[in-house]
Design a binder for this molecule. Structure first.
Ligand code: PLP
Length: 232
């Protein structure tokens, strides 16, 4: 695996997809999905230009934070989050991308208040309404967004989605399009602070170019940067 080469190849594809959609490439953030990677690999990725890491297990996040492995980059939490582990996440990551219930919003508010910070969050949407997945349903987004706005220690930044594993190119465009509509609608309803709503996180190794074509501002890429992960 040549990390530097992989990063360059992914960045090139991101830029090409952005240009094809008439969007400036700088509008899209590459978030490296670093699950199962070592401290050394994370440091190497950051040395090679990665500016945002996405972690989806609290245990791995804590271990890498303790080792100072993310130094020089931001870290986002992108996995399923239980309220009993919030202390290890709130105030320690720049963005929690995976908030999907009022219960979780309120628990984050409480912990952020305790930690004396304002926590940036995205709402995670189960856009294909898959039984196996976390995330709120598309129709729940407006109510959750309104709740997030009423919480003083939470700053809502946008939406995240993990659509079905795509069987082929173009498969998930319909879901990415639905997400973009929800994102635009959320922005419109923000009134006073529309500029806060700046992050639409969607697209992984198999479909990030389609996600960019439909309006993604952040893509979460693991395999295309680090190679195949060992089976869970
Ligand atoms: C692992 C992971 C990714 C990256 O997946 P790849 O297919 O390896 O690019 C993106 N988002 C989330 C939430 C993940 O857990």
């Amino acid at each position: 695996m040549d990390l530097t080469q992989n990063i360059a190849a992914v960045r090139e594809k991101i830029a090409a997809a952005a240009r094809a959609a008439g969007r400036p490439p700088e509008e899209i953030t590459l978030c490296a999905a670093t699950k199962v990677q070592s401290d050394a690999t994370i440091r190497a990725a950051i040395a090679a230009g990665i500016q945002v890491c996405g972690e989806n297990r609290v245990q791995e996040l804590t271990a890498h934070l303790n080792a100072d492995a993310y130094s020089g980059a931001q870290v986002h939490f992108i996995g399923h989050l239980q309220t009993n582990k919030l202390k290890q996440v709130v105030g320690k990551v720049a963005l929690i991308q995976s908030v999907d219930s009022l219960h979780l919003l309120e628990a984050i508010q409480k912990q952020a208040e305790k930690a004396g910070c304002v926590q940036d969050v995205l709402l995670e949407v189960n856009v294909a309404a898959e039984a196996s997945k976390s995330g709120c349903l598309p129709e729940e987004v407006p109510v959750l967004a309104a709740s997030a706005r009423s919480l003083t220690h939470i700053r809502l930044r946008g939406l995240m989605a993990i659509p079905p594993v795509s069987a082929g190119p173009g498969d998930n465009r319909i879901y990415f399009h639905t997400m973009y509509q929800l994102f635009i609608d959320m922005k419109r309803k923000m009134k006073d602070n529309q500029e806060d709503i700046d992050c639409l996180s969607m697209g992984m190794s198999g479909d990030y170019e389609d996600a960019i074509a439909e309006g993604a501002t952040l893509v979460r890429v693991g395999t295309a940067l680090f190679g195949l992960r060992p089976p869970a």
